[in-house]
Design a protein around this ligand. Sequence first.
Ligand SMILES: [Zn+2]
Length: 198
Amino acid sequence: MFRRRPFRPFRFRPPGRPPLPPVAPRVRRALRRAHEALARGDAAEAAAIFHRLGEEAERRAMPLRAAVAFAEAAHAEALGDNPQKAVEDAGRAVEIAAHLGRPGRIAPAVGRVIEALRRKGYEAEAAELESRLDAALEAAGTSRGEVAARLAAARGKRRGQLPPKCEACGAPLLPDEVEWHDATTASCPYCGSPVKVM
Ligand SMILES: [Zn+2]
């Protein structure tokens, strides 16, 4: 089989990226509604909002935000027993991130979708999504193991803890998924609000 040469754009970037611009207040309110819906167990409502935000971000040429929103729609779909839709939306997130040359950026969020599918007993869908993610990572010259090692190394360099939730949009803040700018500053991957470690 033809194997692409390893290509690792992230190696040549300076550590810490400039923050993405924060989203509009209307989008922040929609995010809050989606995270609240998920917290009270209304996965279908959460999925619908995240999906809509993903499409809107895509239309507005904000691909990374779109990928994050589609991955989150997929997570809600997995929790809400809609495994086919979860694979479709998470696959879209992988595709968008791969197109940006950053499939590793979305790997932790898609990993959460894979785990949720497995926990719910949707093994075939979990395996399908896993192979799509692996293919995108391989095409970018990396792998899930390498992404995990990179995240673990980054975790080791940080001090303090993230607050559990984003104050602006109510999203849970996961250390492997927020955008880090330096050892103590990050921004929310959903709404772009700055976050300080405690
Ligand atoms: Zn936020």
